[in-house]
Design a binder for this molecule. Structure first.
Ligand code: NI
Length: 271
């Protein structure tokens, strides 16, 4: 499968679900902008059946090359990112995995049970796994909450499964909104809520990457116990700066990504 098709499938699934992403995408297009994706983020667990390398397989087959990796010790995450070898306009693919063995035995067992429930067909076809949604049946809210107590990321994976966690608009490609501040101002005027953890703009000129994001959209999810509203996915915006040679920085900034992971934060007392 070509990478354009993999990305189109992920976008269709994501934009159908995430109203804010669909609306913002439409708003920019109505403003005469061409929306180019900077990167797409996928999530998984570090089990060798479904880890970052497995999820990357269809992209690598379609011409992507591993470019670097990051550790997020506070969140117990590891991530790699991939860049297309020839197509400079292709979005980067950022894939993170939860270091499951760093959590309680209860969480490790819970994740093992989820992985055991994934159909063999999907494990054998990572190109289908990446956008299969929840492959382990209807989730239990009790388990969701217990996962949430240890890891927001694990709880998100449990409730939403395999799909894009976020798409990211390349601000470098916008004409009327050439800075993160302009993008943020426009979105707030349009009534969207931004992630303001440590300020709305993550990263500085020195980092060569500035980012912002909407707060994750609340979605009604069917649990065994009934329907519950929980945070799902967010839309991200990235502006990259050139280095001394004039080449745009293509990597990521762990400290900023760490804060952006908070966009799917869920405080059960507040929802
Ligand atoms: Ni991102």
């Amino acid at each position: 499968m070509g990478y354009q098709q993999l990305i189109a499938t992920l976008w269709q699934q994501y934009s159908q679900e995430i109203t804010a992403a669909r609306k913002i995408h439409e708003l920019f297009e109505r403003e005469g902008e061409t929306v180019v994706n900077d990167h797409i983020a996928l999530r998984t667990f570090d089990d060798p059946r479904v880890d970052v390398d497995v999820l990357a397989t269809p992209f690598v087959k379609a011409g992507y090359v591993e470019q670097g990796h990051y550790h997020f010790p506070a969140k117990h995450l590891f991530a790699k990112y991939y860049v297309h070898a020839h197509d400079v306009s292709a979005p980067k693919i950022f894939i993170s995995e939860l270091m499951v063995h760093q959590f309680s035995e209860w969480l490790q067992d819970a994740v093992a049970a989820l992985l055991a429930a994934i159909p063999e067909r999907l494990l054998n076809h990572p190109d289908q796994l990446i956008s299969c949604g929840v492959p382990w049946g209807v989730p239990s809210y009790a388990i969701y909450e217990q996962l949430l107590a240890e890891s927001q990321y694990a709880a998100w994976m449990y409730a939403f499964g395999y799909r894009a966690n976020h798409f990211t608009v390349s601000v470098n490609h916008l004409k009327k909104y050439p800075t993160i501040e302009r993008v943020n101002q426009f979105l707030k005027q349009q009534g969207f809520t931004l992630n303001s953890e440590n300020g709305e703009v993550k990263g500085t000129l020195v980092d060569r990457l500035q980012q912002s994001s909407t707060m994750a959209e609340k979605k009604q999810v069917k649990f065994q116990e009934g329907i519950c509203e929980i945070p799902s996915c967010y839309y991200e915006f990235a502006l990259r700066y050139p280095d001394e040679q004039g080449v745009l920085y293509q990597g990521f900034v762990p400290a900023s990504a760490d804060k952006i992971f908070e966009s799917t934060h869920h405080d059960p007392k507040q929802s």
